[in-house]
Write a protein that binds this ligand. Sequence first.
Ligand SMILES: Nc1ncnc2c1ncn2[C@@H]1O[C@H](COP(=O)(O)OP(=O)(O)OP(=O)(O)O)[C@@H](O)[C@H]1O
Ligand SMILES: [Mg+2]
Length: 567
Amino acid sequence: MPATTLPARERAQLTCTDIRVERGGHTVLSGVEMTVSPRSRWGVVGENGRGKSTLLHVLAGTLIPDAGTVRRVGTLALAEQEMPTADDRTVGDVIDEHLADARAALQRLDAAAVALAGEPLGTGEPLGAGEQLRAERDYAEALEAAQALEAWDADRRIDIALEGLGAVDDRTRPLTTLSVGQRYRVRLACLLAAEYDFLLLDEPTNHLDRAALEYLTARLRAHPGGVVVVSHDRALLTDVATTVLDLDPTRDGTPRVYGGGFTGYREGREAERSQWEAQYEQQQTEHLRLKQALSEAQNRLVSGWRPDKGTGKHQRATRAGALARSVHRRQEDLERHKVTAPVPPLRFAMPDLPARPGGVVLLRADGVAVAGRLHQPTTLSVKSGDRLTVTGPNGAGKSTLLSVLAGRLAPTAGEVRRAGTVRLRLLGQESSPATGRRARDLYEAHIAQLVTAGLLNEREVVGLTALGLLTSREANKPVAELSMGQQRRLDLACALAARPHVLLLDEPTNHLSIALVDELTDALIATDAAIVLATHDRQMQRDLRDWPRLALFPHRELIRNHSENSR
Ligand SMILES: Nc1ncnc2c1ncn2[C@@H]1O[C@H](COP(=O)(O)OP(=O)(O)OP(=O)(O)O)[C@@H](O)[C@H]1O
Ligand SMILES: [Mg+2]
């Protein structure tokens, strides 16, 4: 009979102490401390590449830290930031894996019930007193396990979660026939329904529409266990996180923990940064004073060796010794005095994107549709500097429409026309599989291609690090060693480097850090280029609520009873 792992419920605890992790020769995490208890909800934030995913793996036990300890009491599940594309399981297989304990508990209960009611196999005799006692004990234990797992209700809970997230509920569907987002939702539904003591979620909002986001938010708030969620989604963090762990650099190199939810984090971080800057100012003043003191002492030492008029030889030598000691001491003072400059955050520098004045239509779609993917014949036109947000629930065809507009996919009905020499760029929903090529090389090859093809003028070329999306060290790394957010930053850099007149953005906030999402929003408002945007990011939607909208609806059979467009 398969063994079952029981949840610890109120006794559950997940703690990590003084965690340090090195990756690629650099310290990624240092001094991380967390205590996650039932009903506590942690948000983990920090710039892309700070080690958020790494930390979740440490908590889950899939990565052994270089130093520190992790203590786990209870059951846990980790939803990784990405799902493998090659996966030969079906939807039913994923469900079975998450419900394995519940299923095993029910099996064990059935077997215990049979043993209790029956007679020992083949004897024809009723149970002896000892056997009866053992059977009763087994039954009681099995019953307790099934109750702890709420095993009878497990399948129903899965169905509710699948529906809540708008996930495919056909158990026979192979995962390979589902989109990334569809697969992600199936897995998330299983995680939510299996009632683990701890849920560790890495960027869970990337593939969710408004209805699914609201369902996830409600489920996380109601989760009786502990939650650790890594997210750039400001709306989710506001609604869910009670405590925030910030992995961005601090004065003493130790990550900060803020109470008071996401607002507490925003305010606390601001205060922390100002204090750091003020301290830095003071340190610099002190550093300057020590430097001056050293230089004066050195000067005195030099003049001390000069034979002063009327000074005896013996006197000069004594004084020189004291001066030399003084210089030495001041040198030590200066070396001991540390100046910890606040690490300047990367600042996104949106390049100037050109306008095409004169009211020319740059892009026009007439009744475009794609069989099975974009049901609704769609007509739109984009002039220089126009703004458009494309909305619609999962499966409505937003990505399909953007691909058609970008010329990457041919419509099965209607047509798309682009003005001659219009530069059009699409930032796709997900990054392509990572390669071993250095980020900088990939970027430069992309630019060279555009210049050679006459699509970009030499004068318009902008260096990768000048965009403020990757540091020089990150730009020198192979793409496969970049974090998901860093890979996405590289995609954004390549799209912007082409200086497009029309920028098509498909879920641009996926995987990006909170700071960059804020900066990107401001840049999109200010740019001269035309923007067509599909986003589920509720904060970005609120920030760009004045933009014209195009609402897409899924095919009649796919319409769920909670379409976001009806809101
Ligand atoms: N295979 C690898 N080899 C070397 N370094 C790696 C590897 N994978 C990741 N790293 C580095 O480890 C650091 C932490 O990566 P991690 O994925 O934990 O960051 P993250 O905070 O989750 O980032 P994101 O917000 O982009 O998801 C990054 O600087 C990254 O470049
Ligand atoms: Mg990550």
